[in-house]
Design a binder for this molecule. Structure first.
Ligand SMILES: Cc1cc2nc3c(=O)[nH]c(=O)nc-3n(C[C@H](O)[C@H](O)[C@H](O)COP(=O)(O)OP(=O)(O)OC[C@H]3O[C@@H](n4cnc5c(N)ncnc54)[C@H](O)[C@@H]3O)c2cc1C
Length: 395
Protein backbone atom coordinates (compact mmCIF):
# COMPACT_ATOMS: atom_id res chain seq x y z
CA UNK A 1 0.00 0.00 0.00
CA UNK A 2 1.27 3.45 -0.93
CA UNK A 3 -1.18 5.70 0.85
CA UNK A 4 1.19 6.36 3.75
CA UNK A 5 3.98 7.80 1.61
CA UNK A 6 4.03 11.58 1.62
CA UNK A 7 5.69 13.48 -1.25
CA UNK A 8 6.68 17.14 -1.20
CA UNK A 9 7.07 18.85 -4.57
CA UNK A 10 8.95 22.13 -5.13
CA UNK A 11 7.50 24.03 -8.10
CA UNK A 12 4.10 23.95 -9.83
CA UNK A 13 5.18 24.14 -13.47
CA UNK A 14 4.13 21.54 -16.03
CA UNK A 15 6.59 19.06 -14.45
CA UNK A 16 5.62 19.59 -10.80
CA UNK A 17 1.89 19.45 -11.53
CA UNK A 18 2.15 16.33 -13.71
CA UNK A 19 4.23 14.62 -11.03
CA UNK A 20 1.70 15.62 -8.36
CA UNK A 21 -1.20 14.28 -10.45
CA UNK A 22 0.59 10.96 -11.18
CA UNK A 23 1.43 10.49 -7.48
CA UNK A 24 -2.04 11.48 -6.22
CA UNK A 25 -3.56 9.06 -8.72
CA UNK A 26 -1.53 6.28 -7.10
CA UNK A 27 -2.82 7.18 -3.64
CA UNK A 28 0.15 9.09 -2.21
CA UNK A 29 -0.19 12.18 -0.07
CA UNK A 30 1.27 15.09 -2.08
CA UNK A 31 1.96 18.75 -1.26
CA UNK A 32 3.22 21.19 -3.92
CA UNK A 33 4.98 24.47 -2.98
CA UNK A 34 5.07 27.18 -5.66
CA UNK A 35 6.72 30.58 -5.28
CA UNK A 36 4.22 32.44 -7.50
CA UNK A 37 1.24 34.15 -5.88
CA UNK A 38 -1.04 33.04 -8.71
CA UNK A 39 -0.78 29.85 -10.74
CA UNK A 40 -0.17 30.40 -14.43
CA UNK A 41 1.96 29.95 -17.51
CA UNK A 42 3.15 32.25 -20.26
CA UNK A 43 1.19 32.77 -23.48
CA UNK A 44 3.11 30.46 -25.77
CA UNK A 45 2.80 27.12 -27.45
CA UNK A 46 4.03 23.71 -26.47
CA UNK A 47 4.36 20.68 -28.71
CA UNK A 48 3.64 17.31 -27.09
CA UNK A 49 4.34 14.03 -28.84
CA UNK A 50 2.63 10.66 -28.18
CA UNK A 51 5.17 9.70 -25.51
CA UNK A 52 3.88 12.56 -23.31
CA UNK A 53 0.26 12.54 -24.44
CA UNK A 54 -0.06 8.90 -23.27
CA UNK A 55 0.75 10.02 -19.73
CA UNK A 56 -1.78 12.88 -19.94
CA UNK A 57 -4.41 10.43 -21.22
CA UNK A 58 -3.69 8.09 -18.29
CA UNK A 59 -4.55 11.04 -16.03
CA UNK A 60 -7.96 11.12 -17.71
CA UNK A 61 -7.34 14.30 -19.72
CA UNK A 62 -8.18 13.08 -23.24
CA UNK A 63 -11.55 14.84 -23.60
CA UNK A 64 -10.33 18.10 -22.09
CA UNK A 65 -7.20 18.16 -24.26
CA UNK A 66 -9.25 17.55 -27.39
CA UNK A 67 -11.20 20.73 -26.64
CA UNK A 68 -8.22 23.00 -27.34
CA UNK A 69 -5.47 20.89 -28.92
CA UNK A 70 -4.39 21.22 -32.54
CA UNK A 71 -3.38 17.97 -34.28
CA UNK A 72 -0.66 18.90 -36.77
CA UNK A 73 -0.31 16.82 -39.91
CA UNK A 74 3.48 17.04 -40.08
CA UNK A 75 6.72 18.68 -39.09
CA UNK A 76 8.22 20.44 -42.12
CA UNK A 77 11.76 21.75 -42.19
CA UNK A 78 11.85 24.46 -44.87
CA UNK A 79 14.59 26.60 -46.36
CA UNK A 80 14.39 30.14 -44.94
CA UNK A 81 14.20 31.96 -48.29
CA UNK A 82 12.75 29.64 -50.96
CA UNK A 83 10.49 27.71 -48.59
CA UNK A 84 11.69 24.41 -50.12
CA UNK A 85 10.86 21.47 -47.85
CA UNK A 86 14.17 19.93 -46.78
CA UNK A 87 12.66 17.21 -44.60
CA UNK A 88 9.21 16.09 -43.45
CA UNK A 89 8.10 14.08 -40.42
CA UNK A 90 4.55 12.83 -40.85
CA UNK A 91 2.45 13.40 -37.72
CA UNK A 92 -1.37 13.25 -37.74
CA UNK A 93 -2.85 9.75 -38.05
CA UNK A 94 0.52 8.19 -38.86
CA UNK A 95 1.99 9.37 -35.53
CA UNK A 96 -1.08 8.25 -33.60
CA UNK A 97 -1.28 4.78 -35.14
CA UNK A 98 2.48 4.17 -34.81
CA UNK A 99 2.83 5.45 -31.24
CA UNK A 100 -0.56 5.01 -29.62
CA UNK A 101 -1.48 8.67 -29.02
CA UNK A 102 -1.69 11.85 -31.08
CA UNK A 103 0.84 14.65 -31.48
CA UNK A 104 -0.65 17.86 -30.07
CA UNK A 105 0.03 21.56 -30.23
CA UNK A 106 -1.18 23.10 -26.97
CA UNK A 107 -1.27 26.52 -25.42
CA UNK A 108 0.97 26.35 -22.34
CA UNK A 109 -1.55 28.19 -20.18
CA UNK A 110 -4.33 25.76 -21.20
CA UNK A 111 -2.24 22.68 -20.39
CA UNK A 112 -1.04 24.18 -17.12
CA UNK A 113 -4.58 25.16 -16.04
CA UNK A 114 -5.84 21.68 -16.90
CA UNK A 115 -3.09 20.03 -14.85
CA UNK A 116 -3.75 22.36 -11.90
CA UNK A 117 -7.45 21.57 -12.06
CA UNK A 118 -6.71 17.82 -12.18
CA UNK A 119 -4.44 18.05 -9.13
CA UNK A 120 -7.05 20.05 -7.21
CA UNK A 121 -9.79 17.60 -8.11
CA UNK A 122 -7.63 14.80 -6.71
CA UNK A 123 -6.81 16.85 -3.58
CA UNK A 124 -8.11 20.41 -3.11
CA UNK A 125 -5.37 21.20 -0.53
CA UNK A 126 -2.42 19.97 -2.58
CA UNK A 127 -1.10 23.22 -4.10
CA UNK A 128 0.38 25.94 -1.87
CA UNK A 129 1.07 29.30 -3.52
CA UNK A 130 3.29 32.17 -2.41
CA UNK A 131 5.57 29.47 -0.99
CA UNK A 132 9.18 30.07 -1.99
CA UNK A 133 11.40 27.09 -1.33
CA UNK A 134 14.86 27.86 0.08
CA UNK A 135 16.47 24.53 0.92
CA UNK A 136 15.92 21.11 2.46
CA UNK A 137 17.34 18.84 5.13
CA UNK A 138 17.14 15.08 5.14
CA UNK A 139 17.61 12.24 7.58
CA UNK A 140 17.28 8.47 7.31
CA UNK A 141 13.54 8.83 8.04
CA UNK A 142 12.48 11.68 5.83
CA UNK A 143 12.99 15.14 4.44
CA UNK A 144 12.20 18.69 5.62
CA UNK A 145 11.56 21.43 3.10
CA UNK A 146 12.38 24.96 4.28
CA UNK A 147 10.33 27.85 2.92
CA UNK A 148 11.36 31.51 2.81
CA UNK A 149 8.61 32.46 5.30
CA UNK A 150 10.18 30.12 7.88
CA UNK A 151 7.71 27.25 7.43
CA UNK A 152 9.08 23.70 7.62
CA UNK A 153 7.36 20.94 5.68
CA UNK A 154 7.98 17.27 6.48
CA UNK A 155 7.70 14.45 3.97
CA UNK A 156 9.08 11.07 3.02
CA UNK A 157 10.43 12.23 -0.34
CA UNK A 158 11.20 15.58 -1.99
CA UNK A 159 10.81 16.20 -5.73
CA UNK A 160 12.59 19.31 -6.98
CA UNK A 161 10.54 20.45 -10.00
CA UNK A 162 11.61 24.07 -9.64
CA UNK A 163 12.93 24.63 -13.16
CA UNK A 164 16.23 25.81 -14.64
CA UNK A 165 17.19 27.95 -11.64
CA UNK A 166 16.31 25.19 -9.17
CA UNK A 167 17.45 25.64 -5.58
CA UNK A 168 16.97 21.91 -4.97
CA UNK A 169 19.35 21.15 -7.87
CA UNK A 170 21.96 23.54 -6.42
CA UNK A 171 21.75 21.80 -3.07
CA UNK A 172 22.01 18.29 -4.55
CA UNK A 173 24.62 19.03 -7.22
CA UNK A 174 26.36 22.24 -6.12
CA UNK A 175 27.26 24.62 -8.93
CA UNK A 176 27.02 22.99 -12.37
CA UNK A 177 28.36 24.60 -15.56
CA UNK A 178 26.10 27.02 -17.44
CA UNK A 179 27.15 28.66 -20.68
CA UNK A 180 25.36 30.91 -23.13
CA UNK A 181 24.41 29.01 -26.31
CA UNK A 182 24.87 32.10 -28.44
CA UNK A 183 21.12 32.09 -29.17
CA UNK A 184 18.20 34.15 -27.98
CA UNK A 185 14.61 32.96 -28.45
CA UNK A 186 11.83 35.30 -29.57
CA UNK A 187 8.31 34.24 -28.71
CA UNK A 188 4.96 35.69 -29.74
CA UNK A 189 1.45 34.56 -30.57
CA UNK A 190 -0.79 36.02 -33.26
CA UNK A 191 -4.58 35.85 -33.55
CA UNK A 192 -5.23 33.91 -36.74
CA UNK A 193 -7.93 36.38 -37.78
CA UNK A 194 -5.08 38.87 -38.32
CA UNK A 195 -3.47 36.57 -40.89
CA UNK A 196 -4.50 35.78 -44.48
CA UNK A 197 -6.78 32.71 -44.64
CA UNK A 198 -4.86 29.42 -44.99
CA UNK A 199 -1.46 31.11 -44.69
CA UNK A 200 -0.16 27.76 -43.48
CA UNK A 201 -1.58 24.25 -43.24
CA UNK A 202 -1.82 22.58 -39.83
CA UNK A 203 1.85 21.82 -39.85
CA UNK A 204 4.72 22.57 -37.49
CA UNK A 205 7.04 24.53 -39.76
CA UNK A 206 10.70 24.98 -38.92
CA UNK A 207 12.27 27.63 -41.18
CA UNK A 208 15.98 26.84 -41.38
CA UNK A 209 18.68 29.28 -42.39
CA UNK A 210 22.07 30.79 -41.63
CA UNK A 211 22.55 31.80 -37.98
CA UNK A 212 18.86 31.44 -37.07
CA UNK A 213 15.72 29.41 -37.40
CA UNK A 214 12.04 30.03 -36.74
CA UNK A 215 9.21 27.73 -35.70
CA UNK A 216 5.52 28.35 -36.44
CA UNK A 217 2.43 26.34 -35.54
CA UNK A 218 -1.24 26.76 -34.63
CA UNK A 219 -2.64 26.72 -31.10
CA UNK A 220 -5.97 26.74 -29.29
CA UNK A 221 -8.10 24.91 -31.83
CA UNK A 222 -6.38 26.85 -34.61
CA UNK A 223 -7.32 30.33 -33.35
CA UNK A 224 -3.72 31.38 -32.63
CA UNK A 225 -0.40 31.08 -34.44
CA UNK A 226 2.67 30.47 -32.27
CA UNK A 227 5.95 32.03 -33.39
CA UNK A 228 9.38 31.21 -31.97
CA UNK A 229 12.51 32.74 -33.51
CA UNK A 230 15.93 31.42 -32.46
CA UNK A 231 18.68 33.80 -33.41
CA UNK A 232 22.44 34.01 -32.88
CA UNK A 233 23.22 37.02 -30.72
CA UNK A 234 26.62 38.05 -29.43
CA UNK A 235 25.44 39.34 -26.10
CA UNK A 236 23.72 37.08 -23.59
CA UNK A 237 20.82 38.65 -21.72
CA UNK A 238 18.29 37.58 -19.11
CA UNK A 239 17.13 33.99 -19.05
CA UNK A 240 13.57 35.14 -18.49
CA UNK A 241 10.36 34.25 -20.33
CA UNK A 242 8.77 37.60 -19.55
CA UNK A 243 11.25 40.14 -20.90
CA UNK A 244 9.85 42.21 -23.77
CA UNK A 245 11.89 43.67 -26.62
CA UNK A 246 10.92 46.09 -29.41
CA UNK A 247 9.08 44.50 -32.33
CA UNK A 248 11.47 46.32 -34.72
CA UNK A 249 14.35 44.14 -33.44
CA UNK A 250 12.38 40.98 -34.21
CA UNK A 251 11.53 42.30 -37.66
CA UNK A 252 15.20 43.14 -38.32
CA UNK A 253 16.33 39.69 -37.17
CA UNK A 254 14.27 38.03 -39.93
CA UNK A 255 14.83 40.57 -42.69
CA UNK A 256 15.04 38.83 -46.08
CA UNK A 257 13.36 35.63 -44.87
CA UNK A 258 10.37 34.03 -46.61
CA UNK A 259 7.23 36.18 -47.22
CA UNK A 260 5.14 33.90 -44.95
CA UNK A 261 7.46 34.76 -42.05
CA UNK A 262 7.19 38.47 -42.88
CA UNK A 263 3.38 38.25 -42.89
CA UNK A 264 3.32 36.57 -39.48
CA UNK A 265 5.86 38.98 -37.95
CA UNK A 266 3.94 41.97 -39.35
CA UNK A 267 0.76 40.72 -37.65
CA UNK A 268 2.38 40.28 -34.21
CA UNK A 269 1.17 42.76 -31.61
CA UNK A 270 4.03 45.32 -31.43
CA UNK A 271 3.95 45.33 -27.63
CA UNK A 272 4.02 41.55 -27.19
CA UNK A 273 7.43 40.39 -28.40
CA UNK A 274 9.34 38.48 -25.75
CA UNK A 275 13.01 37.56 -25.88
CA UNK A 276 14.83 34.97 -23.81
CA UNK A 277 18.50 33.94 -23.60
CA UNK A 278 19.15 30.23 -24.10
CA UNK A 279 21.83 28.63 -21.94
CA UNK A 280 23.55 25.25 -22.20
CA UNK A 281 23.63 23.00 -19.17
CA UNK A 282 25.30 19.65 -19.93
CA UNK A 283 23.65 16.44 -18.61
CA UNK A 284 24.66 15.17 -15.16
CA UNK A 285 25.17 11.57 -14.04
CA UNK A 286 23.34 11.79 -10.69
CA UNK A 287 20.46 13.99 -9.56
CA UNK A 288 19.26 12.31 -6.35
CA UNK A 289 20.10 11.97 -2.69
CA UNK A 290 18.49 9.18 -0.60
CA UNK A 291 15.37 11.30 0.00
CA UNK A 292 15.37 14.01 -2.69
CA UNK A 293 15.35 13.95 -6.46
CA UNK A 294 14.87 16.26 -9.45
CA UNK A 295 12.37 16.24 -12.32
CA UNK A 296 11.95 18.19 -15.55
CA UNK A 297 14.15 21.20 -16.26
CA UNK A 298 15.77 21.10 -12.82
CA UNK A 299 17.13 17.62 -13.65
CA UNK A 300 17.89 17.95 -17.36
CA UNK A 301 17.46 21.48 -18.73
CA UNK A 302 16.88 21.01 -22.45
CA UNK A 303 17.17 23.51 -25.29
CA UNK A 304 13.92 23.89 -27.24
CA UNK A 305 15.35 22.70 -30.60
CA UNK A 306 13.48 19.37 -30.48
CA UNK A 307 10.41 20.62 -28.58
CA UNK A 308 10.87 17.97 -25.90
CA UNK A 309 11.78 19.58 -22.54
CA UNK A 310 8.28 19.48 -21.10
CA UNK A 311 7.67 16.14 -22.79
CA UNK A 312 10.59 14.73 -20.76
CA UNK A 313 9.18 16.26 -17.53
CA UNK A 314 5.87 14.48 -18.24
CA UNK A 315 7.64 11.15 -18.88
CA UNK A 316 9.74 11.63 -15.70
CA UNK A 317 6.54 12.03 -13.70
CA UNK A 318 5.07 8.72 -14.82
CA UNK A 319 8.33 6.80 -14.27
CA UNK A 320 8.92 8.35 -10.83
CA UNK A 321 5.38 7.48 -9.73
CA UNK A 322 5.89 3.87 -10.86
CA UNK A 323 9.23 3.61 -9.03
CA UNK A 324 7.73 4.99 -5.81
CA UNK A 325 4.73 2.68 -6.08
CA UNK A 326 6.93 -0.39 -6.56
CA UNK A 327 9.56 0.70 -4.01
CA UNK A 328 11.25 -1.42 -1.40
CA UNK A 329 12.53 1.86 0.09
CA UNK A 330 12.55 5.55 -0.92
CA UNK A 331 16.34 5.66 -1.60
CA UNK A 332 16.09 2.55 -3.78
CA UNK A 333 13.11 4.02 -5.67
CA UNK A 334 14.94 7.30 -6.37
CA UNK A 335 18.00 5.45 -7.64
CA UNK A 336 15.79 3.32 -9.85
CA UNK A 337 14.00 6.41 -11.18
CA UNK A 338 17.20 8.16 -12.19
CA UNK A 339 18.70 4.94 -13.56
CA UNK A 340 15.71 4.73 -15.91
CA UNK A 341 15.77 8.40 -16.89
CA UNK A 342 19.35 9.65 -17.06
CA UNK A 343 20.40 8.08 -20.36
CA UNK A 344 17.23 9.00 -22.23
CA UNK A 345 17.09 12.59 -21.00
CA UNK A 346 20.83 13.07 -21.67
CA UNK A 347 20.20 11.96 -25.23
CA UNK A 348 17.44 14.56 -25.62
CA UNK A 349 19.67 17.27 -24.15
CA UNK A 350 22.55 16.36 -26.46
CA UNK A 351 20.50 15.86 -29.64
CA UNK A 352 18.58 19.09 -29.01
CA UNK A 353 21.85 20.99 -28.72
CA UNK A 354 23.15 19.25 -31.84
CA UNK A 355 20.02 20.02 -33.93
CA UNK A 356 20.93 23.70 -33.88
CA UNK A 357 23.81 23.06 -36.29
CA UNK A 358 21.61 21.10 -38.70
CA UNK A 359 18.97 23.83 -38.90
CA UNK A 360 21.59 26.51 -39.56
CA UNK A 361 23.63 25.04 -42.44
CA UNK A 362 24.40 27.94 -44.78
CA UNK A 363 24.71 26.08 -48.08
CA UNK A 364 21.42 24.79 -49.48
CA UNK A 365 22.83 21.58 -51.00
CA UNK A 366 24.71 20.73 -47.83
CA UNK A 367 21.58 21.29 -45.79
CA UNK A 368 19.56 19.01 -48.09
CA UNK A 369 22.23 16.28 -47.77
CA UNK A 370 22.51 16.65 -44.00
CA UNK A 371 18.75 16.27 -43.52
CA UNK A 372 18.77 13.20 -45.75
CA UNK A 373 21.60 11.61 -43.77
CA UNK A 374 20.11 12.40 -40.36
CA UNK A 375 16.62 11.20 -41.37
CA UNK A 376 14.91 12.77 -38.34
CA UNK A 377 11.59 11.12 -39.23
CA UNK A 378 13.09 7.66 -38.81
CA UNK A 379 15.28 8.30 -35.79
CA UNK A 380 12.66 10.23 -33.77
CA UNK A 381 10.05 7.56 -34.52
CA UNK A 382 12.46 4.84 -33.37
CA UNK A 383 13.62 6.19 -30.06
CA UNK A 384 11.77 9.37 -29.11
CA UNK A 385 8.07 9.07 -29.89
CA UNK A 386 7.76 5.31 -29.33
CA UNK A 387 8.69 5.41 -25.62
CA UNK A 388 5.91 4.45 -23.21
CA UNK A 389 6.65 5.76 -19.71
CA UNK A 390 3.65 3.90 -18.32
CA UNK A 391 4.73 0.44 -19.45
CA UNK A 392 8.43 0.47 -20.39
CA UNK A 393 10.16 -2.29 -18.36
CA UNK A 394 12.05 -0.61 -15.51
CA UNK A 395 15.65 -1.64 -14.95
C1 LIG B 1 11.22 28.89 -26.48
C2 LIG B 1 10.91 27.56 -25.83
C3 LIG B 1 10.02 26.67 -26.45
C4 LIG B 1 9.76 25.41 -25.88
N1 LIG B 1 8.93 24.56 -26.53
C5 LIG B 1 8.72 23.32 -26.03
C6 LIG B 1 7.87 22.39 -26.70
O1 LIG B 1 7.30 22.69 -27.75
N2 LIG B 1 7.70 21.14 -26.15
C7 LIG B 1 8.32 20.78 -24.98
O2 LIG B 1 8.14 19.63 -24.54
N3 LIG B 1 9.13 21.65 -24.32
C8 LIG B 1 9.34 22.90 -24.80
N4 LIG B 1 10.13 23.78 -24.13
C9 LIG B 1 10.73 23.35 -22.86
C10 LIG B 1 9.73 23.48 -21.71
O3 LIG B 1 9.25 24.81 -21.67
C11 LIG B 1 10.36 23.14 -20.37
O4 LIG B 1 11.10 21.95 -20.49
C12 LIG B 1 9.28 22.93 -19.30
O5 LIG B 1 8.56 24.12 -19.10
C13 LIG B 1 9.91 22.48 -17.99
O6 LIG B 1 8.91 22.36 -17.01
P1 LIG B 1 9.30 22.31 -15.47
O7 LIG B 1 8.00 22.14 -14.73
O8 LIG B 1 10.40 21.35 -15.23
O9 LIG B 1 9.92 23.74 -15.15
P2 LIG B 1 9.21 25.20 -15.16
O10 LIG B 1 8.17 25.27 -16.23
O11 LIG B 1 10.32 26.16 -15.20
O12 LIG B 1 8.48 25.26 -13.75
C14 LIG B 1 9.18 25.46 -12.55
C15 LIG B 1 8.20 25.99 -11.50
O13 LIG B 1 8.90 26.07 -10.25
C16 LIG B 1 8.64 27.33 -9.65
N5 LIG B 1 9.79 27.65 -8.80
C17 LIG B 1 11.05 27.96 -9.19
N6 LIG B 1 11.83 28.19 -8.13
C18 LIG B 1 11.04 28.00 -7.02
C19 LIG B 1 11.28 28.10 -5.63
N7 LIG B 1 12.48 28.42 -5.13
N8 LIG B 1 10.25 27.83 -4.79
C20 LIG B 1 9.01 27.49 -5.27
N9 LIG B 1 8.73 27.41 -6.58
C21 LIG B 1 9.74 27.66 -7.45
C22 LIG B 1 8.47 28.28 -10.84
O14 LIG B 1 7.78 29.46 -10.46
C23 LIG B 1 7.70 27.40 -11.81
O15 LIG B 1 6.31 27.47 -11.59
C24 LIG B 1 10.39 25.04 -24.66
C25 LIG B 1 11.25 25.93 -24.02
C26 LIG B 1 11.52 27.17 -24.60
C27 LIG B 1 12.47 28.11 -23.90
Amino acid sequence: MNSQLSAVVAGAGIGGLTAAACLLQKGFKVRVYEQAEVLGEVGAGIQTSANAVKVLYALGLRDELEKFAVRPQAFEFRRFDSGEVMHRIALGEQHESAHGAPYYHLHRADLHALLARTVRELDPDCIHLNAKVESFEESADGVTLKLADGARIQGDVLIGADGIKSVIRSQILGQTPVSYTGDIAWRAVVAVERLPKNIMQRISTVWCGPKKHAVMYYLRSGSLMNFVGLVEHGQPENESWTQKRPWQELKADFEGWHPTIQTVIDAIDKDSCYRYALNNRPPVSNWSTPRATLLGDSAHPTLPYMASGAVMAIEDSAVLARCLQERTSVPEALQRYQRNRIERTARIVNESTDSRGLYRIEDEDEMRKAFEQRNLAKSRAQWLYSYDALHVPLI
